[in-house]
Ligand binder design. Structure first.
Ligand SMILES: [Zn+2]
Length: 194
């Protein structure tokens, strides 16, 4: 950006010895991505707007998503924190945080893709176990597993009301018991909240 701006300023006003600086009045923030332009402190030169981020390739019409915004959401999916905590970290380190609504919008846009990719990955894990069993000369259709469920409420909360775990949310995880890795080969989350 600066190379282009310096050259253009020199062409437009060859004798100007003003300083080129950010034109903050034109600054646009889009999640964690920025659009900026530069202006001269002496003459009337003002550059075009520059996207200071990489775009995600897309065939859809309209403005293309910024890689950094999608990447942030992918990163957050790999951690136990989300919008509020991330914004707190930004503010504590003096970085302008993305808006809550903007982050939610991006999260909605990628959550389906993250889920799809995870389902594909679990499928690949199951195929791998089958291949290993075939190589071992064992029946690939019989896979030893271990599984457990985690609930959102305390185990004693339904005493006297139900013999079952009265949870509104639970996550069931299945791990193979065939290799020393005990890889997770399937998960089943359930929610009664919505
Ligand atoms: Zn100038």
């Amino acid at each position: 950006m600066w190379n282009e701006v310096f050259r253009e300023h020199q062409n437009v006003s060859p004798h100007c010895n003003g300083i080129i600086e950010w034109d903050l009045s034109m600054e646009e923030k889009w999640g964690s991505a920025w659009r900026e332009c530069a202006k001269c402190t002496k003459c009337t030169y003002r550059s075009k707007m520059f996207n200071l981020y990489e775009e995600v390739a897309s065939i859809k019409r309209g403005r293309r998503a910024a890689k950094i915004n999608l990447g942030l959401q992918v990163g957050l999916h790999h951690t136990p924190i989300s919008t509020a905590s991330y914004r707190k970290i930004c503010m504590a380190s003096n970085i302008p945080p993305p808006s809550v609504s903007g982050m939610q919008h991006t999260a909605n846009a990628i959550s389906e893709k993250v889920e799809e990719e995870n389902m594909r990955d679990l499928q690949r894990q199951r195929e791998k176990i089958k291949r290993i069993k075939k190589i071992r000369g064992e029946n690939p259709d019989v896979v030893n597993i271990q599984s457990d469920c985690v609930y959102n409420n305390a185990i004693y909360s339904g005493i006297g009301k139900t013999p079952f775990q009265p949870a509104t949310q639970c996550a069931y995880t299945v791990a193979e018991y065939e290799t020393y890795k005990h890889s997770i080969i399937n998960t089943l989350p359930k929610s009664k909240l919505c």
